[in-house]
Design a protein around this ligand. Sequence first.
Ligand code: NCD
Length: 308
Amino acid sequence: MIRHLLSGADLDAATATLVLDTAAEMATVAGREVKKLPALRGRTVVNLFYEDSTRTRISFEAAAKRLSADVINFSAKGSSVAKGESLKDTALTLQAMGADAVVVRHPASGAPHRLAEWVDGSVVNAGDGTHEHPTQALLDAYTMRSRLGRLDGLHVAIVGDVLHSRVARSNVLLLSTLGAKVTLIGPPTLIPVDIAAALAPGTDVCYDLDAVLPDVDVVMMLRVQRERMGDSYFPSAREYARRYGLDGPRMRRLPEHAIVMHPGPMNRGMEITPEVADSPRSTIVEQVANGVSVRMAVLYLLLGGNNR
Ligand code: NCD
C-alpha cells in the first residue's frame, strides 16, 4: 500500500480496486447497531482544514471514529494560523504530537505534497486549491460501481466548472485508470486548454451538453465555484443554466439506466434543478454515505489496519 494519498494518480488499478473492495466491507459496519471497528485503536488522525468544508470534514471524522482512532480536528480559523503561523510550523507541531495521519484541505494547490515532506505520518489530500481531491474521486467511483455494477467501459460526462474543479481532475485520473471513458463538458472559458491530454489521453472535451447526453452512463455535475472566480467566465447565471444546467427535460434524454451525480455543495437552479437533484436517478445523498466507507478504507489501508 502507498504511504500517502495525494492524487488520483497515486493509485494503480489494483490498489484503487482494493480500496473500493475494502470500502464495501466497511459499508457493512454502517448498517450495524454499533458502528465501530477496533482497527485503528490508539492511532491519531488529525483533520487539518484551512478551507471551509461540511461533507468532507465530517466524513473523515466519522470514518476515523468508526475505526476507533483518536481524532483531532483543527481548523485554521481560531488557531495560530490566524496569527500567521506557517504550514511548516503547524506540521512540525502535529508531528510533535504524534499524528499517524494528517487529512489536509488547503486553498493552495500542492500544499499536501509539501506537508508530506515534513511529517512522518500519512498525508491524505482532502482537497488542495483547484488541484485534486482523490477521496472524492474514490467515493464517486464506488458509487458508480455500486449503482451500475462496473467501471470498465463506462462513459462518464463531467459537466461545468472544470477549470476550478479538483473533483474533476481527480476523477479523470482515477476513472481512466479504472477503464472508464470521460468526456469533459462546459463553456470553453471553464475548460483549460489541453487539460484532457495533460491528465489522461483518451479523455474527450465537448462544449455541447445536449450532444453527449444520450450516450452517457453517468453525468457528474460540478458546482460553479464563484468564490474562485475573479473574472466573469459566462454572461449570466441564467445563460449558464440554459446551456449547461441539468434540468428535467435534459435528464429525460439520458439513457434509462444513467445516473446523475454531484459532489456537493449544489447551486440548485444553476448547474442542477431541484427536480433532477431529488430524482431517483440522483446519487447525491448516496455519495455522501459512501464517502464515509471509502474514507474508512483509505485510513485503514494507509495506516496498516491491524497489521502494525
Ligand atoms: C467539492 C470540493 O470541496 O472540492 N466538494 C466536496 O468535497 N464535496 C466540490 C465543490 O466545492 O464544489
